[in-house]
Design a protein around this ligand. Structure first.
Ligand code: ZN
Length: 534
C-alpha cells in the first residue's frame, strides 16, 4: 500500500551506517540511548492535550478491554513521563534519545520513502533547569546535526521554521536543495535571512490608494476568478482586489482575506490561529454559510464568522471584492470601514525577488528536502505533566525541554537525491552499502578467481567494507550494476590483469580509471577509503 516500504539488504546496510553516524554525534553531545514503546495508552496524550489537538494524523486503536491506545508519531509525552524520575537540578542536564519506529496517518504518502506512514526516526529530548540550559542543548544539537549531514554527504541549510504540532518557542529545520523535495525555503542573496516559506516574510512595496468613496455594488456576470475580474471592464487589478478564502477549523468557519495577487501560506494560518489542522471549506459548505459560490465571495457586512486578514490589506481603500451574491462584486471597499476583521495576521507566501526584511536584497526561493528539525519546547510538556525539579534554592521548577528529530529513511533518500548521476547512485563513502566492489571478469578461470579472492580477503582483513561480484554475468552487466548501485570504488580482476600484475581501479564519482600494481592494491584502496571517510 502507499507509504509502506520493505527495505532490502543494501538499504539495510546504508540505514545501519546512517544510524551509526547519528548515534556517534548525539553520544558526542552527551546523549544516552533509550528504546520506548510504539504503542501508547491515551492518557499521556490526553494530559498534553494532543489527543484532541491532533486529528486524523494520529493512528488510534482500542484494545480488547476497550482502552484507547495510539501508535506514536513522536515521544514528547512518554519521555516527559520518564523525566518525572528527575527531582533535583543536580541531575540536569539530561539528553535522552532513541532510534525507533514512528507511525503517522499521512494523508498523501508519496515520493518513495520521503513521505511515508511508517518510518525510523532518531528523536532526542533535552531537559534543563533553565532557559540558558535549553539554549545550550539546542545549540549542541544544531552543531551535531550539521556534522551528521556533512558526514552523510549533504550540504545542509538551516532555516527558521514553524513549530506546528510540537508547540513551544521556535524551531530550526535543516534542508538540502533538491528538485525531489516538497519544501520551499526562502534565502536572502546576501546570506542574512533564511526561513521555510511556511514562516518567511519579506518587505511589501507600498501602494497608494484613492480617497475613500461610498461602497458600490456592480454586476459581474460570469466573473469567477481574480484574473477574470482584472480583465473585466470596470473590474480591478489583482492588487486592488480582496480574495476571500473559507476554511474550516474543526466546526468553525473562518474567512481568510488576502490581496488578490497574494497566496496564502497555509501553515502561517494554522500558526496564527494556534491550531494544528484546518481545511478549505467545500463550495456547498460556503454556500450554506453565506449564500454565494466561490468567485463571488466577500466579507463586507458579514457577521457571525471569524474574519482574519493578511497584514498586506491593512488600511487599504478603494478595493474590489465579491458581494456574496453570485455575479456581483463590490467596489470602493474601505477595509477599516466595511469589514470587521477580527485578527490581522501575516499570512502571505513570500515570492522570489521580494526584498529581504533584514537588508532589502532580493530573496531566493529554493526547493528542498527537509532532513532534520529541532524544537525549543520550553515548558510546553513539563508543565502539564508536572515534570519539575528543585532548583538551587530548593524551589520546584518545571524543566525546560527541547526535542530534536531526524528521519532515517528520509535521509537515506535525500542522500541519493543529491548524490546521483544518469548511471545511478553515487554513494558517499560513509554510507555506501559497500565501499568497494571487486568485479571478477572470468570467475570460471581459477587464477583470476584466486587473485580476486586474495584482494577481497585482504581488504576485509583491513576492515574495508567490500563485496565480491563473482556472478556468471557478462562484464558489461556487472559494470552497469556496480554504477547503478553506486559503490564508491570498483576493482576489476580479469585474466589480463592477473598476467600483467596491474588491476583497474575505478572511482565512481569521477569515473577516473587507474592501473594499480597487484601488491599495492589493498593499501591504495585502504588509503582512499580512509581519506574519503575523514
Ligand atoms: Zn538580506
Amino acid at each position: 500500500m502507499a507509504g509502506s516500504y520493505s527495505l532490502l539488504p543494501p538499504a539495510m546496510r546504508v540505514r545501519a551506517k546512517i544510524m551509526q553516524i547519528i548515534r556517534e554525534e548525539i553520544d558526542r553531545i552527551g546523549g544516552q540511548e533509550f528504546l520506548l514503546p510504539v504503542l501508547h495508552p491515551a492518557e499521556p496524550w490526553q494530559q498534553s492535550g494532543r489527543w484532541n489537538l491532533i486529528g486524523e494524523e494520529l493512528f488510534r486503536l482500542t484494545d480488547r478491554k476497550d482502552a484507547d491506545l495510539c501508535l506514536a508519531m513522536t515521544h514528547e509525552e512518554i519521555f516527559t513521563t520518564l523525566a518525572l524520575e528527575l527531582n533535583s537540578y543536580k541531575q540536569l542536564p539530561q539528553l535522552w534519545y532513541q532510534i525507533q519506529t514512528k507511525l503517522r496517518d499521512e494523508p498523501r504518502p508519496k515520493s518513495g520513502v520521503l513521505r511515508v506512514r511508517e518510518f525510523t526516526m532518531k528523536d532526542s529530548y533535552s531537559f534543563d533547569v533553565d532557559e540558558a540550559g535549553l539554549d545550550r542543548a539546542f545549540r549542541n544539537h544544531y552543531e551535531a546535526y550539521k556534522r551528521i549531514f556533512d558526514r552523510l554527504g549533504m550540504d545542509s541549510i538551516a532555516v527558521e521554521a514553524s513549530s506546528g504540532m510540537m508547540g513551544g518557542a521556535g524551531s530550526v529545520e535543516f534542508m538540502v536543495r533538491s528538485d525531489a523535495g516538497e519544501d520551499w525555503i526562502v534565502l536572502c542573496s546576501a546570506g542574512d535571512y533564511s526561513s521555510n516559506v511556511e514562516t518567511a516574510t519579506s518587505v511589501l512595496a507600498p501602494i497608494e490608494d484613492p480617497v475613500s468613496a461610498p461602497l458600490e455594488k456592480f454586476p459581474t456576470p460570469g466573473v469567477r476568478t481574480i484574473k477574470a475580474l482584472e480583465d473585466f471592464e470596470g473590474g480591478a487589478p489583482a492588487d486592488r482586489q480582496i480574495k476571500s478564502l473559507f476554511y474550516l477549523v474543526g466546526e468553525e468557519l473562518v474567512i481568510v482575506l488576502m490581496r488578490g495577487d497574494h497566496s496564502l501560506a497555509e501553515q502561517k494560518l494554522l500558526d496564527g490561529l494556534s491550531v494544528i489542522e484546518a481545511r478549505p471549506a467545500t463550495a456547498d459548505e460556503i454556500f450554506a454559510a453565506v449564500g454565494a459560490h466561490p468567485g463571488s465571495l466577500g466579507a463586507v457586512g458579514v457577521d457571525g464568522y471569524r474574519i482574519v486578514a493578511d497584514r498586506g490589506l491593512e488600511g487599504r481603500v478603494g478595493m474590489t471584492t465579491g458581494a456574496n451574491e453570485d455575479d456581483f462584486h463590490l467596489r470602493n471597499v474601505d477595509i477599516t470601514r466595511d469589514i470587521s476583521v477580527d485578527d490581522w495576521l501575516d499570512l502571505r507566501e513570500v515570492v522570489a525577488g521580494e526584498p529581504c526584511v533584514n537588508c532589502g536584497k532580493p530573496l531566493e526561493v529554493d526547493k528542498t528536502i527537509e532532513i532534520g528539525h529541532i524544537f525549543k519546547l520550553g515548558r510546553r510538556y513539563s508543565e502539564p505533566f508536572g515534570a519539575a525539579v528543585l532548583d538551587e534554592n530548593g524551589k520546584a521548577t518545571a524543566m525546560f525541554m527541547g526535542s530534536y528529530g531526524i528521519g532515517v529513511e528520509r535521509n537515506m533518500a535525500a542522500v541519493v537525491e543529491v548524490n546521483h548521476d544518469d548511471k545511478g547512485i553515487v554513494w558517499p563513502m560513509n554510507v555506501a552499502p559497500y565501499e568497494v566492489v571487486v568485479t571478477v571478469l572470468r570467475p570460471e578461470d581459477a587464477d583470476t578467481m584466486a587473485a580476486a579472492s586474495r584482494i577481497y580477503e585482504g581488504l576485509r582483513a583491513d576492515g574495508v567494507d567490500v563485496i565480491l561480484d563473482d556472478r556468471k554475468e557478462r562484464p558489461g552487466v556487472k559494470f552497469a550494476d556496480a554504477e547503478l548501485v553506486g559503490f564508491p570504488l570498483r576493482v576489476t580482476v580479469g585474466p589480463r590483469g592477473v598476467e600483467s600484475g596491474l588491476f583497474e581501479l575505478v572511482t565512481r564519482a569521477t569515473s577516473v580509471v587507474e592501473e594499480v600494481p597487484a601488491d599495492e592494491l589493498v593499501a591504495v584502496i585502504l588509503d582512499r577509503v580512509m581519506a574519503a571517510k575523514q
